[in-house]
Structure formats: structure tokens, C-alpha cells
Design a protein around this ligand. Structure first.
Ligand SMILES: [Ca+2]
Length: 259
């Protein structure tokens, strides 16, 4: 009888602890609002899987088998200045720039492509385990997502995995992490089929905040009923400009965060 009572008390304690701990640990998550600063044209045929900004241009990776590409895109009018088509058996995914190289993942093919940034030509390939989704860099490592709550840090020379972090917030593990952008010490991540961008501590994987971009998705949907999900985050380090778009969206939005 005593044993049963102790057991019941323990269950109550565990339940209380489970209820309280998330509040204590994750009270720091910030809900950011945003304002649209500028709107730019985006190719509505571009199934955006990777987006990065460098020196006045977007470098955009698009997906789908038979349609995947790497593009150099002009900001002001969305003109595609360079376009490398991937072979039909590759589904293009995340894109980032490190030094003079552009790197692009593929979804289930386990193969990454390295391009010379200026000549826009493929110069190297590398292999990795699992699926490729988003890709970014902290300037030292490549950081990739694979559709799970894990982010894998790869050596930038050998492409070997160095470490992995699990992204976790008040909602628990954050699954389906997609396109990425490392911005001033925080990883910004799209989440597949979610209108929110998740802000992540790159050291331990804790969620620092959220940006709810539902209003932009509604705006795109009003123009094109077939529009796909929010996906694509790029940052202009020189001018502190944050850009977002989506798959088949007609616009890239420059947004400013507020909270
Ligand atoms: Ca990005």
C-alpha cells in the first residue's frame, strides 16, 4: 500500500516536472513580427530549394527531377543571368557559398556539387550520408539539414561529418528542417510545410525564436493558387538585408524583423 502511494507521488512529481521544465528552459523563444521593406520579382517556375545572396546577386538552387538547376539571379528584376541544369537523375537541394565556391546538395542522391563561383562551372563533387535538404555555412563548416531535427556540420575540405546538433524548443524536437541561412551567429531554418522560420542556436540546437510569415504565403496564394511552400532564406551581410521567398513564388521579399 505504502509502495503504491509512493509510486503515485512520484508520478505526480514527474508530471509536474515535465510541465514546468519547458517553461523554465524555453521561455527565451522570441516571436518576431516583420515588415516588408522591398518586393522583388522571382521566377514563378523556380522550385526554390536553396537561396543565398552574394555581392549583389542571388544564387538559387531549384529542385524536381528533370528541372533542377543552379542559377545566378539579379536582385532588381529577377533575371536569370547564369543557369546550370542538373542531369535528370538529380533533385537539387540546398545551396551555400564558401570562399570562391558555390556548393549544392541533392535530395536522395547523396552527391554534392561544387562550382567555381565566378566561372559558374562545376569543379568538384562530394558524397554524404542520408538525404540532402538545406545547406549553409558559419564560415568554417558546412551545415546541412536532412529533413529531421538534426543539423550536421561537415568539414569544408574533406566533407566529412564533424558533429551533429538536435534542434529542440518548447514544442519539442523541430522536425523537417529545410532551407538554412547562418546569420550573425544564428541559424535561420525553413520548416517544410510550415509558414514559420525557426531561429536556432548553432552551438546546442536550442530554438531562439520564430518568424511567422503566414501573411506572405497568403499574399502569394492570392496571386497563384498553385503556389508551394515558404522556402528560401538569404542574407546580404554588407547591407544587412534579409530576403525570403518560396517554391514557385512570384516574389522575393526583403523583410525587417521586429519584436
Ligand atoms: Ca539560404
Amino acid at each position: 500500500m505504502l509502495r503504491r502511494r509512493q509510486k503515485a507521488q512520484m508520478i505526480v512529481l514527474v508530471v509536474l516536472a515535465c510541465a514546468l521544465v519547458p517553461c523554465l528552459l524555453y521561455a527565451g523563444e522570441i516571436a518576431y513580427s516583420f515588415v516588408v521593406v522591398n518586393t522583388y520579382p522571382h521566377d514563378p517556375q523556380a522550385f526554390t530549394q536553396g537561396l543565398v545572396f552574394h555581392d549583389g546577386y542571388f544564387y538559387e538552387g531549384t529542385g524536381l527531377y528533370g528541372e533542377s538547376s543552379l542559377r545566378k539571379v539579379r536582385l532588381d528584376d529577377g533575371a536569370v543571368l547564369e543557369n546550370v541544369r542538373l542531369a535528370d537523375q538529380f533533385f537539387g537541394e540546398g545551396v551555400t557559398i564558401l570562399g570562391e565556391s558555390i556548393l549544392q546538395l541533392t535530395w536522395k542522391e547523396g552527391l554534392g556539387f561544387v562550382y567555381d563561383r565566378d566561372r559558374f562551372r562545376q569543379i568538384e563533387q562530394f558524397s554524404y550520408e542520408g538525404e540532402g535538404w538545406g545547406l549553409t555555412t558559419d564560415g568554417e563548416y558546412l551545415i546541412m539539414s536532412d529533413g529531421s531535427p538534426s543539423l550536421t556540420f561537415l568539414d569544408a575540405v574533406s566533407y566529412e561529418p564533424i558533429k551533429q546538433i538536435e534542434v529542440y524548443g518548447a514544442e519539442g524536437p523541430i522536425d523537417l528542417l529545410n532551407e538554412l541561412e547562418y546569420i550573425n551567429g544564428t541559424i535561420f531554418a525553413n520548416i517544410w510545410y510550415d509558414n514559420r522560420i525557426c531561429l536556432i542556436d548553432p552551438l546546442m540546437g536550442e530554438v531562439r525564436g520564430w518568424i511567422d510569415l503566414t501573411a506572405l504565403h497568403i499574399r502569394e496564394k492570392a496571386e497563384n493558387a498553385d503556389v508551394n511552400v515558404l522556402n528560401g532564406i538569404a542574407y546580404d551581410q554588407e547591407s544587412d538585408r534579409l530576403f525570403v521567398t518560396g517554391k514557385l513564388w512570384r516574389h522575393v521579399y526583403e523583410i525587417r524583423l521586429e519584436h
